[in-house]
Design a protein around this ligand. Structure first.
Ligand SMILES: CC(C)(COP(=O)(O)OP(=O)(O)OC[C@H]1O[C@@H](n2cnc3c(N)ncnc32)[C@H](O)[C@@H]1OP(=O)(O)O)[C@@H](O)C(=O)NCCC(=O)NCCS
Length: 296
């Protein structure tokens, strides 16, 4: 593509425009890749759109040199959002408008974000199944780890009695950061400020194991980390206990290093599917760990 566009730093004021752009791009991708048996692709609800824009604004505030927009005279063509936590570089969003995909815009955006991660020992990307995305990440030196997801309603009868899980609060951030450093070598740090405002936090803190989970509205894990599988399993059950038994939910981002989560899903008779990749550089798939798409 001729360079009739520019790549510039994203501003907080771009968050809503980038939200709209990514919603269109991912709706289009999901429509093209839709599989029989899956829920129909949907645009983000107004609440989800507002939450997404708030996360993007948070990233621009904390990592202004990791977030970029590509635009021409008409408007935005694409965007990338990346951050650094400790010595890990994390990419949460890369999207280019359908009509201009495959012409090098994504590569320029990714290169700009990767430059922000120069010097970081590790890298994490939650990748879609778009062959264009996967090609970009592999060519950038990332190892592609296929992911699974579990899908289904959680019958009450399947739920075990869960003990010693307590509600968490801002006072637990040092514990959460310490668990993350043990499990994935980097803390979430400032991300907890936003996560605590938007999600319920549950915590286990025992001599035999520690961990935490942010619970999605409607139940199921948004982000889960623990120092051992037993603690992780307890936390996963706690997040599933918050679901409505008549409403299917998903346990997302399960790599083969996290079979403990598959076992919980099997106990609930949930369906197992494959979906996307965890693309990593300088590290192995974290375990026991279920990452968040945005905060990884
Ligand atoms: C992934 C995405 C951001 C890449 O942006 P882009 O501008 O399309 O990417 P580029 O043009 O820079 O690179 C695409 C590469 O795939 C190649 N490609 C094009 N069509 C292809 C196909 N059908 N299969 C495999 N590779 C293909 C291109 O030749 C190019 O490789 P090259 O630079 O080595 O020639 C964009 O396609 C997109 O928004 N996809 C949907 C959203 C998504 O999946 N985002 C990633 C989620 S993390």
């Amino acid at each position: 593509m001729d360079a009739d566009y520019v790549v510039r730093p994203m501003l907080v004021g771009d968050a809503e425009t980038v939200e709209r752009l990514t919603d269109e791009v991912f709706f289009d991708l999901e429509t093209r890749q839709h599989r029989t048996g899956w829920p129909a692709p949907a645009h983000r609800s107004p609440q989800d759109a507002a939450d997404w824009a708030a996360k993007a604004a948070h990233d621009v505030r904390h990592d202004p040199r990791g977030c970029f927009v590509a635009e021409d005279g008409v408007g935005p063509l694409g965007a990338v959002i990346s951050k650094r936590r400790d010595t890990t570089w994390l990419l949460s969003t890369l999207a280019v408008r359908r009509g201009v995909q495959g012409r090098g815009v994504g590569r320029q955006l990714l290169d700009a974000a990767l430059a922000y991660g120069a010097g970081c020992l590790r890298g994490m990307i939650g990748s879609s199944e778009d062959p264009l995305a996967v090609r970009r990440y592999r060519l950038a030196g990332f190892t592609l780890h296929p992911q699974m997801l579990l899908w289904g309603a959680v019958p009450r009868a399947a739920l075990p009695v869960v003990e010693r899980v307590r509600e968490g609060s801002a006072g637990d951030i040092a514990l959460l950061d310490s668990v993350d450093r043990q499990v994935r070598d980097s803390a979430h740090g400032v991300d907890h400020e936003l996560l605590l405002r938007t999600h319920r936090l549950v915590v286990v803190d025992r001599p035999t194991g520690s961990g935490y989970a942010y619970v999605r509205l409607g139940g199921a894990p948004y982000l889960l980390a623990a120092t051992n599988r037993r603690t992780a399993t307890t936390l996963l059950w706690e997040t599933l206990a918050a679901t409505d038994p008549d409403v299917p939910v998903s346990i997302d981002h399960v790599t083969s290093a996290n079979e403990w989560a598959i076992d919980v899903g099997m106990a609930c008779r949930m369906e197992l599917w494959t979906r996307g990749y965890l693309a990593l550089r300088g590290m192995r798939p974290p375990s026991p760990y279920l990452h968040s798409g945005h905060f990884l």
